[in-house]
Design a binder for this molecule. Structure first.
Ligand code: SIN
Ligand code: FE2
Length: 212
């Protein structure tokens, strides 16, 4: 029998032990998600954070949720107050939480309770060097990462910085979930190529959900 649903989004692609790509999983919600990103950014604007080493990051960032990821001269931390505004970060929109929890569940992680959503905005040339997500106290919870807008090459390695890298193109609506064995795997984003996306123009946005 003809399988009419074989290539119907979303579909899953295994990435590594404990890690999976949910292709186009966020596509149906993309417009709403981008609208909420704009609403968050009117209260806590995108800014290029400065690392403890004094380097200005090429990716512009903001946050929503109980706590937000930020930097200061001493290191990286989760803070309940946005250092730019002096106010609490905007609340996590219900649609964000529902999507993150559904994706975690589909990837095999039940009961994901994210309290932080980092929002990254990439413009052409912006990149995220290879790093581990290690600022969270709870390393049993997975990371749920939602890509919107322009495509970017995601690098996914192993526990050691010099482990071989997989390179996968993340497109509008793709979701990556990693946890368990791969929770501490090195990963990064290669410099964004200049292009024009119907939903986001010259930008790529990424939402990363974490239980800190
Ligand atoms: C991250 O590693 O925090 C974000 C990765 C991405 O932008 O896809
Ligand atoms: Fe990361």
């Amino acid at each position: 029998m003809l399988d009419l649903f074989a290539d119907t989004p979303p579909w899953q692609e295994p990435l590594a032990p404990g890690a999976v790509i949910l292709r186009r999983r966020a596509l149906a919600n993309a417009e709403l998600l981008l609208d909420q990103v704009n609403q968050v950014a009117t209260r806590s604007p995108f800014r290029q954070m400065v690392t403890p080493g004094g380097y200005t990051m090429s990716v512009a960032m903001t946050n929503c949720g109980h706590v937000g990821w930020t930097t200061n001269q001493h290191g990286y931390l989760y803070a309940s107050v946005d250092p730019l505004t002096g106010q609490r970060w905007p609340a996590m929109p219900a649609a964000f939480l529902a999507l993150a929890q559904a994706c975690a569940h589909e990837a095999g992680y039940a009961d994901f309770q994210p309290d932080a959503c980092l929002i990254n905005r990439y413009s052409p040339g912006a990149k995220l060097s290879l790093h581990q997500d290690k600022d969270e106290k709870d390393q049993r919870a997975p990371i749920v990462s939602v890509s919107l807008g322009l495509p970017a090459v995601f690098q996914f390695g192993g526990l050691k910085r010099n482990d071989p890298l997989q390179r996968v193109l993340l497109e509008h609506g793709d979701v990556v979930v990693w946890g368990g064995e791969s929770r501490m795997f090195y990963h990064g984003i290669q410099p964004l190529k200049e292009d024009d996306h119907p939903a986001t123009g010259a930008f790529r946005f990424n939402l990363t959900f974490r239980h800190t």
